[in-house]
Structures are given as structure tokens and as C-alpha cells.
Design a protein around this ligand. Structure first.
Ligand SMILES: CSCCC(=O)/C(O)=C/O
Ligand SMILES: [Fe+2]
Ligand code: NI
Length: 181
């Protein structure tokens, strides 16, 4: 089940609130300029579907968002437990960072934990299948895919160079909960 846990930066052990209803998660994140949405596939995605087939199942929603927000590229990232670099990738995404563009991710399958650091609060968003999250450019955040990663996600970019991260060098991510298996 998707969820949002909100913490004060000084209390990583106890969240101030935990939300599990879509409307509550979406409205709380919207107050911080973060978009949280749910998309349904137009056609069934078969196991082993190509990037093109995955994108085509959500083409209408993707086109709408690209037009609205000026994103220019779209791709599909797929990661699971047999990925040879899973530990390195996990460690990289777990370092607090920012991007110069919105981070837009739609979970076609599996799950991942996005944690956003906004002023004195930390918003841990557990994204699951059918969830879209759009983190505004410049927002400090990290991402945990867990020890046994499993996700397929559509990514939208407005930078032709794709994924570029600026690491803050802060150790805050190590103090907050990770994705539990
Ligand atoms: C779910 S896509 C992988 C994570 C990523 O691209 C990122 O920037 C995490 O913060
Ligand atoms: Fe990121
Ligand atoms: Ni799966």
C-alpha cells in the first residue's frame, strides 16, 4: 500500500503523521509543490514487454504531462534483484541530492521509497504500482529501492542529458527509515 510518512528532521524515529489514503497523500504533497497521482494502463502490459510497449500503455497520460510541463524525453528503468550493480546503485540513490529538473517517475510495477527533505520536514513517500510522483527541481531528496529491488518505472525528463544529480554531501538519509523488504 502506498503511504506518506511526515517527520520533523529532528525525529527520524517517530513520524508526525502517516497517511495511506490517496487523497490525503496527494493533498499533503501538493502543499509542498509535489505532484502525486495514479494512472491506469490503457492496455494490459504483458511480462517481458518492451520499453515501447510499456510507454504505449500510458501514452495518453505521458503526452498530457509532456505538453503541460515541457518534458522532452521519456524512458523506462527496470531493476530487480539479479542486477549485478544493485548495491552500488542503491548506495548512489541513497545519498541526498537535487536535480536541476523535476524528477518525474511513474511506477509501472514494483515499489520504491522517495524521501524528500523540505525545510525542517522529511516526507517519505512509498510509491507502488500505478503511482506517479513528480518532485520539483531543486528539492533535496533520496531514493531507496531496498536490498532486493523490484521496480519498473517510466521516467520523464526535460534535460536531454537524462539523469544528472547534485549531491548535498549531508548524511541525513542514514538517519531515516529505509525501504523494508
Ligand atoms: C525510480 S527511478 C531511480 C531513482 C532516481 O532516478 C532518482 O533520482 C532518485 O532520487
Ligand atoms: Fe533523484
Ligand atoms: Ni512485479
Amino acid at each position: 500500500m502506498s503511504s506518506l510518512s511526515v517527520y520533523h528532521v529532528s525525529s527520524p524515529e517517530i513520524p508526525n503523521k502517516v497517511l495511506t489514503h490517496f487523497e490525503d497523500i496527494a493533498s499533503t504533497l501538493a502543499e509542498q509543490g509535489v505532484r502525486f497521482d495514479r494512472w491506469q494502463a490503457a492496455t494490459k502490459i504483458q511480462p517481458g514487454a518492451s520499453q515501447e510497449e510499456v510507454i504505449s500503455a500510458y501514452q495518453e497520460q505521458i503526452d498530457k504531462l509532456m505538453t503541460e510541463r515541457g518534458y522532452i524525453t521519456v524512458d523506462v528503468i527496470s531493476l530487480n534483484s539479479d542486477h549485478p550493480q544493485k548495491a552500488e546503485l542503491r548506495a548512489k540513490f541513497l545519498e541526498e541530492h537535487r536535480h536541476g529538473e523535476d524528477e518525474v517517475r511513474f511506477f509501472v510495477a514494483g515499489r520504491g521509497l522517495f524521501t524528500l527533505h523540505i525545510d525542517d520536514y522529511v516526507y517519505a513517500v512509498l510509491c507502488e504500482k500505478n503511482d506517479l510522483i513528480s518532485v520539483p527541481a531543486g528539492t533535496k531528496h533520496w531514493f531507496d529501492m531496498g536490498e532486493h529491488p523490484h521496480f519498473v518505472a517510466i521516467r520523464l525528463f526535460n534535460n536531454p542529458e537524462g539523469w544528472v544529480a547534485n549531491f548535498t554531501g549531508e548524511d541525513i538519509a542514514g538517519r531515516f527509515p529505509r525501504l523494508e523488504d
